[in-house]
Write a protein that binds this ligand. Sequence first.
Ligand SMILES: [Zn+2]
Length: 93
Amino acid sequence: MENIKFPFRESPDTACITCSHIIENDSPILYAAHDDDGWWQFLCGAEKHKQEHARLVSLNTILGLDSSISEIADMECEHSAIRSSLNDDWNRE
Ligand SMILES: [Zn+2]
């Protein structure tokens, strides 16, 4: 058993929203938002996202794609964070 604490308050199997670019095209996660209704969103830097680009995955899956997401896992609802590239730090808005 791994003994690393899950960084989110939510459980690892909590559904969150991401986009097809990240899941299918290996785009980096450059935008994260914790919506006022509790939903987490993790999107790439693409200007426009349509409904057809939305994908539902678990928080655990997102963390598996990019462990730096743990840096913003304590973000409150109605907050978001961006970064310019994978190598940049998250900037909370
Ligand atoms: Zn995208």
